[in-house]
Design a protein around this ligand. Structure first.
Ligand SMILES: *Cc1c(COP(=O)(O)O)cnc(C)c1O
Length: 434
């Protein structure tokens, strides 16, 4: 097999190796890196094993011929060192895929830890630090901060929309210090994302301050997210003799794209259904409207407050034909009233507390069942309810117990610097960071 290579969704950048694509984040033409050819795998190629074992088998073709290939097993073992269990949702027959048992209690720990494990190895001989820029609507920043904290030759600037993340999320972003800085931006998540993209694309600034991204545009985050879909779909197929379907709560489409890639590679996934909050640009697009990105609105499921999903370019690359895409992918819009109602109902009916994002997935699945769908579903539970203790406590009628890892972070002091939502302000700040 020849070395895996990566091309830009915009088609105007030279092909890159995996290491180059991971180090760069965004492609030089402003596009997102995708594999030049999507490998296919057969389920017989997977031995029964841990999540890290599944990940190493799944990702081997993506690492083929790359400088990181000899380290693939070690990277998977380092990044995926916490459980990602499927747990039945009461007696509903449906499963919650619990993605929130990592250090910052959200699924983004998977991608962030994998990216850190890759970059750490790629920068082993560098003499200038690499600055990781990350725009976050809540969970990305904390996961990246935790994954990169005190890693030598790497440093992190986290931008988040001031006042639009939960108090606990804000605390998690500001509590690391050392090589990690938190910037609270007077603007929306889309403003933060725009500032990051502008800085990364500024070649003059790059010459002074070598930078990369850790947003869901980064290939180093997308690839490992495929692992849990593959792992559970394969186990389900072995145990039940048929494929599993997934509901994925969606913002930037990174987690959902991982599920779609696994299915496109030939592994046993049946339906993939997206659950959006009131930011419903994807829902409308899949229902037949033109794709119309817009400004995001604030909702209870704030990590999904995205009006212009950055992975849309990758979705279009994977399924360029709109009609085919609409036939194979569906989505629901779940507004805040429904999120509250679902948190209550899940507490009463199943005795479980779920975060607002997970509630979107559960509500979407309830609608599918009500419409007569009887497939075997796993619903991605993307954050621990303790990250949203106010809303979950209020509507489930019970205080939310805090997991130990989160407790330790909340005990640290936190600090964030205010910043105007202007690309020039960020550029100046980065030049002055010593
Ligand atoms: C980021 C996030 C999402 C959305 O994931 P995308 O990959 O952006 O679609 C959903 N739930 C939680 C808790 C998140 O942190």
């Amino acid at each position: 097999m020849s070395a895996a290579s990566y091309v830009s969704t915009r088609g105007q950048a030279p092909a890159a190796s995996l290491s180059q694509a991971i180090a760069a984040g965004l492609a030089p033409d402003g596009g997102l890196y995708v594999p030049a050819a999507l490998p296919s795998l057969h389920r017989e190629e997977f031995a029964q094993g841990t999540l890290a074992d599944t990940a190493a088998t799944l990702l081997q073709p993506f690492f083929e011929g790359d400088a990181l290939a000899p380290d693939l097993h070690a990277i998977c073992a380092e990044a995926l060192d916490f459980p990602v269990p499927l747990r039945p949702l009461g007696d509903s027959g449906t499963q919650l895929m619990e993605l929130f048992h990592g250090p910052t209690a959200a699924f983004k720990d998977v991608g962030a830890r994998f990216l850190a494990a890759c970059l750490k190895r790629l920068r082993a001989d560098a003499d200038t630090p690499l600055t990781i820029l990350v725009a976050t609507s809540g969970d990305t920043g904390a996961a990246v901060a935790a994954a990169f904290h005190q890693v030598p030759r790497l440093r992190v600037a986290v931008l988040y929309p001031d006042g639009r993340v939960s108090p606990r999320q804000a605390h998690q972003l500001g509590c690391f210090g050392d090589n990690v800085r938190a910037l609270r931006v007077a603007g929306s998540f889309d403003d933060c994302q725009h500032m990051v993209k502008a800085a990364l694309g500024d070649t003059q600034l790059q010459a002074h301050v070598p930078m990369s991204s850790a947003n869901s545009i980064s290939l180093g985050r997308l690839l490992p997210q495929m692992s849990y879909y593959a792992h559970h779909a394969l186990a389900w197929q072995r145990a039940h003799g048929h494929p599993l379907s997934f509901v994925v709560p969606t913002g930037n489409l990174g987690n959902a794209l991982a599920a779609l890639l696994v299915r496109a590679m030939g592994l046993p996934i049946d339906r993939v259904h997206l659950a959006c909050n009131a930011n419903d640009v994807i829902v409308e697009f899949l229902a037949g409207a033109d794709y119309a990105p817009r400004t995001s609105v604030a909702t209870l499921a704030n990590a999904m407050d995205v009006g212009a999903p950055s992975n849309m370019e990758r979705l279009r690359w994977l399924m360029p034909d709109d009609a085919a895409l609409r036939a194979t992918l569906s989505a629901s819009r779940i507004d805040d009233a429904r999120i509250r109602q679902t948190i209550s109902l899940v507490a009463q009916r199943y005795g479980r507390q779920v975060c607002p994002h997970t509630a979107c997935a559960i509500a979407a699945w309830q609608d599918l069942s009500a419409a007569g769908d009887t497939r075997d579903w796993a619903l991605a539970a993307t954050a621990h309810p303790a990250k949203f203790e106010r809303i979950v406590g209020q509507f489930s009628g019970q205080p939310v117990p805090v997991p130990a890892s989160l407790d330790a972070l909340l005990a640290r002091p936190a600090h964030a610097e205010p910043m105007r939502a202007e690309t020039a302000v960020l550029a100046r700040w980065l030049r002055d960071w010593h």
